[in-house]
Design a protein around this ligand. Structure first.
Ligand code: SF4
Length: 276
């Protein structure tokens, strides 16, 4: 498509597709977005395209399912590891991308957390599928704060300079030697889940600052379980900043419909304030 269409036509296509998707989701789910959140979501898609145009145009295999079946936990339970990645093959080089909704700085500072998962995917791709691989990387789709502010202010010069600063592609080294350990770690997690010995961190941990950021921001914001987590709920309800108060209002009227709105708004919103 990109060979036939110019940048303006592609952006028009993105806008139309975004609107179509939104209409479908609204009809199917019965929930709408506030205009500001909808515009924020659209800007994220558009800027993501502008920033990663090269990868988007050249990716050769999208949403490739990777499966490692028949694994055994230390307690003898059978389980399967599954993942989805994108592959780009270009001039004899093959790169595997794992797309995360996480903050790029967070990924950069915590590469080891992502390394394990990507190592397993690389193992499946190379060893089980017999495919070449030269590099693995995470694409972090969360909007940087500076770019978000620039878009809000609508100043094209600042938007341009923030776009140049934004670097959402984080190379992650892969090492075959770690694969066995990582699979063993997964097995222990499966046992802990099945034995129901997992518990959320206490509220005091969420409120604790480490390395300049709160646990609630650094860890919980990337946790898929946060909308059903009592500690995160208590954190949001007790928070004092404007954004968190907004979460708190949503949490306070706790029907399923409200939780869906929380999910949509929290995912679209920037990180909770570190101010306090
Ligand atoms: S939101 Fe996730 S990471 Fe944070 S306390 Fe709850 S379970 Fe743990």
């Amino acid at each position: 498509m990109t060979n036939q269409l110019g940048a303006e036509q592609i952006e028009e296509f993105i806008k139309d597709t975004f609107e179509d998707n939104y209409r479908t989701m609204r009809l199917e789910g019965g929930h709408g977005l506030t205009p500001d959140i909808r515009e924020y979501a659209f800007q994220q898609v558009l800027r993501y395209w502008q920033k990663l145009q090269h990868i988007a145009e050249n990716v050769t295999d999208t949403e490739v399912p990777l499966v490692l079946p028949n694994q055994k936990t230390p307690k003898g339970r059978r389980y399967t590891i599954e993942g989805v990645v994108d592959i780009l093959r270009e001039q004899d080089r093959t790169v595997m991308y794992d797309i995360k909704t996480h903050d790029a700085d967070y990924v950069r500072e915590n590469r080891e957390l992502y390394e394990k998962q990507l190592n397993v995917y690389a193992h499946i791709w190379q060893e089980l599928r017999g495919q070449p691989l030269d590099e693995t990387a995470v694409i972090a789709t969360s909007f940087p704060g500076g770019l978000e502010q620039a878009i809000k202010q609508g100043d094209p010069v600042t938007i341009n300079s923030e776009m140049l600063k934004w670097d959402p592609v984080i190379p992650i080294p892969f090492d075959r030697d770690h694969v066995k350990d990582t699979i063993a770690d997964f097995g222990m997690v499966v046992d802990a889940i099945e034995d129901k010995t997992f518990s959320a961190a206490p509220l005091t941990t969420l409120q604790r600052k480490e390395g300049g950021s709160l646990f609630a921001t650094r860890v919980c914001r990337n946790c898929d379980a946060r909308f059903s987590c009592d500690s995160y709920r208590a954190y949001a309800v007790g928070a004092r900043s404007r954004k968190e108060t907004r979460f708190a209002e949503l949490f306070a009227t706790d029907e399923a419909e409200r939780m869906t709105r929380v999910a949509v708004n929290v995912d679209a919103a920037p990180a909770p304030s570190e101010a306090d």
